[in-house]
Design a protein around this ligand. Structure first.
Ligand SMILES: NC(=O)c1ccc[n+]([C@@H]2O[C@H](COP(=O)([O-])OP(=O)(O)OC[C@H]3O[C@@H](n4cnc5c(N)ncnc54)[C@H](OP(=O)(O)O)[C@@H]3O)[C@@H](O)[C@H]2O)c1
Length: 360
């Protein structure tokens, strides 16, 4: 493998820290740029011998200055849009953890990807799994794709019980250890909704051919059904270092020190349909995706505002879905022709949600 100079955006986060482990284990991988939102980067930059480190501000300037071979976008939220478009437009390999950017900027990102012609490698475990199951199979042979969801910590709570869950309970994910925003998204199933839209754009598959299924142990990451009746699945213990390593060393699939499945220890593979009455954000995301335009952007923006309000103790868990539903009804949702219009759509949905929050 040739040397790869990586811009690691979101270096202080859960994905960022695990990526640094993967990079340290592969001599051909090096970091040429580090970015965070507000946490200092001096210690990380010194430890990894990185000259360019940026806290806050526009990451596009950092990317222009360092010209990486690969961008690992592990920023959380809409703040990652600029970096995603930068890499796709220039044909620079993009390892994408920041699903929000593809959800919010889906159409613009697809146009930029086509123009740039580079590689877009998903880091999200389900999408990495789908990429691997789909690779080498002509699109017409694919019947449907299936995303698995752990169901989060509240899978067995009644609608009434969901009204009173605490922030601490929502932050205790049963199978994955992740940053706070995605952990709450996993508890509401908004995360699976974002992933549904992400899969639609990444693999060019219509929404009615993308299924979500609850699989509590998170061992099966995704499945692809083919037209001949066969189904391929991707299995592994839930550990993000596997899809991170896959993306950073693609197509060589370098070795990791992580264990593969041990059948003698037993394996539970159970599946059930998600309950979209209790977890409405999944249904709201699907509807926003199908309406297209900037509805997915509005879904994402309203969800970001609502999750932050829940984490701050300003609203109840169940109010997240209500706020997102209200925002989707209030915005105009027309398509964005450029980044400026997308930012406007994002801001409109945030304003609407903030206004509802102020009234709550
Ligand atoms: N964690 C997982 O297992 C996992 C799995 C699949 C997908 N993802 C996706 O990966 C992304 C990151 O998730 P995470 O769990 O790693 O989140 P996290 O632990 O909260 O980390 C987020 C990172 O983004 C940085 N950041 C925030 N705003 C920024 C800005 N304006 N400019 C530059 N950097 C900024 C943060 O910097 P500060 O520390 O300074 O705030 C931090 O380094 C999310 O989109 C998530 O959905 C995560």
């Amino acid at each position: 493998m040739r040397e790869r100079r990586i811009a690691l955006l979101g270096a202080t986060g859960s994905i960022g820290r695990q990526a640094l482990e993967v990079i340290a284990a592969n001599p051909e991988l090096s970091v040429c740029a580090l970015a965070s939102g507000s946490q200092p980067l001096d210690a990380l930059a010194t430890k990894h011998g990185v000259e360019h480190a940026q806290v806050g501000g526009d990451v596009v300037e950092l990317l222009d200055a360092t010209e990486p071979d690969l961008v690992l976008n592990a920023v959380v939220g809409f703040a990652g849009v600029g970096a995603t478009l930068w890499a796709l437009e220039r044909g620079v390999t993009l390892a994408l953890a920041n699903k929000e950017s593809l959800v919010a900027a889906g159409d613009l990102a697809m146009t930029a990807w086509k123009r740039g012609g580079g590689l877009l490698l998903p880091v999200d475990s389900e999408h990495s799994a789908l990429h691997q199951c789909l690779e080498g199979h002509p699109p017409q042979t694919v019947d449907s794709i299936v995303l698995t969801a752990s169901g989060g910590p509240f899978r067995n709570r009644t609608a009434d019980e969901l009204e009173s869950v605490t922030v601490e309970e929502a932050l205790a994910h049963p199978t994955w250890s992740m940053g706070p925003k995605i952990t709450i998204d996993s508890a509401t199933l908004a995360n699976k909704g974002l992933e549904l839209i992400e899969a639609h754009y990444l693999f060019g598959i219509e929404y009615e051919r993308i299924e979500v299924v609850v699989h509590p142990t998170s061992v099966v990451h995704a499945l692809v059904r083919f037209r001949d009746g066969a189904t391929l699945a991707h299995l592994g213990y839930p550990d993000m270092r596997v899809p991170i390593s896959f993306a950073l060393t693609y197509p060589e699939r370098r070795a990791t020190s992580l264990p593969s499945l041990d059948f003698s220890a037993g394996l539970t593979l159970e599946f059930e349909a998600p309950d979209i009455e209790r977890f409405q954000l999944l249904a709201l995301a699907r509807a926003a995706g199908e309406r297209a335009g900037t509805y997915p952007c509005a879904f994402n923006a309203a969800n970001e505002v609502a999750v932050a309000a829940f984490l701050d103790g300003r609203i109840r868990f169940t109010e997240i879905a209500r706020l997102v539903e209200d925002a989707l009804e209030a915005v105009d949702g027309g398509p964005a022709r450029d980044l400026g219009e997308l930012v406007e759509a994002d801001e409109q949905a945030r304003r609407v949600t903030e206004r509802r929050l102020a009234l709550a």
